[in-house]
Design a protein. Sequence first.
Length: 408
Amino acid sequence: MKLFRTLIPLREARSIVLRHVRRVGVEEVSFDLAAGRILAEDIVAEMDSPPFNRAAMDGYAVKAEDTLGAAPDKPLVLHRHEPYSGSEPESEELSEGEYIPIQTGMPMPRGSNAVLMLEYGKERDSKLEVFKPVTPGKNVAFKGEDVRRGDIVLNEGRLLRAADIGLLASIGRRYVKVRKKGAIGILSTGDELYDPKVDGSSGGAIADVNSYILAALMSTIAKPSRMGIVSDNYDALKAAIVSCIANCDAILVSGGSSVGKRDFIGDVVADLGEMLFHGVAIRPGEPTGFGIIDEKPIFCLPGYPVSMIAAFEMLVRPFLEAMHGLKEAMMRQVFAVVAKKIPSAVGRTDFVRVRLSHDEHDGEYYVEPIRVSGSGILSSVTSSDGFVIIEENREGIEEGERIVVNLW
């Protein structure tokens, strides 16, 4: 039985895929290991940050009122607070006309309300000449200025980045709940393939690049497992999928998704479970299929690398993001002006590899399609800066339009 009778629109295919998402579980990890993970809870600050008023500059803690009228040609003189420990200014309390030397980050002494920068004062013999006045609050980071106790500082569904880890440290949050990484099995099909990590090239053989590309594309959000290369044989493919299903949350199969005599993935999925669609009105990536076996999703992706990448970005990535509860886009995007018309055809969604350029005069980014666009030309991806999606109801994007570019 060969499938791939009709093509369904991308929006319908994506809707079907997302209806079969099963959210992964939750685990607790140390905050310093949480970068790149998806947050599974709202983070509420249990303390202020900073936890006290602190100096934002090296200089001298003063009462701002004591510096009024100071000038380079008419300095005011303050006296160092005594006794002065030199290391714990927060234990001191300034009186009128006094100062204490202070370093960035140190707690402000009681009674002080500003920091005079080093270059605006000259200290000698426990006295300070002040050459410039400061206003109350100058060069002071106040308690709770960054985060206040009780604030929601990070929301569930956020992809945790470097600054987020620093924020967690600043509020004393040692452990956080994150989404577990879903186990995604990857199978490559084709008698002509060899594993470049294991075997050397031989005449007529083609390196299996697809499994390595797929593993790299989802390594941040999921836990990919390369399950090997399967020959173009119905029984071998069926056995490999049965084995994979038992150990994975979802499966990606590259190759064998068309309607040739040795393309069996559609038949195997239909026999083991249910094929929900086979054939999507996208270019490249038309032979893409999706089904369910034992309640687990299986994506049937094209064998050509560029087609496979296109299908991944348009269907698999949204699935993985929903599976892990991500509530923001993982991919970086920029707005750019179309420098040269990007053609398309009504009735299909186009995945177009593009290059970006930046005009220093007007500050705009400009985008144009790359010339080489074959589905098997992997260098057309490596030589591009990203891609644009042209919706099915458009005949193309005209020169001068401003569009969103997805960056690799």
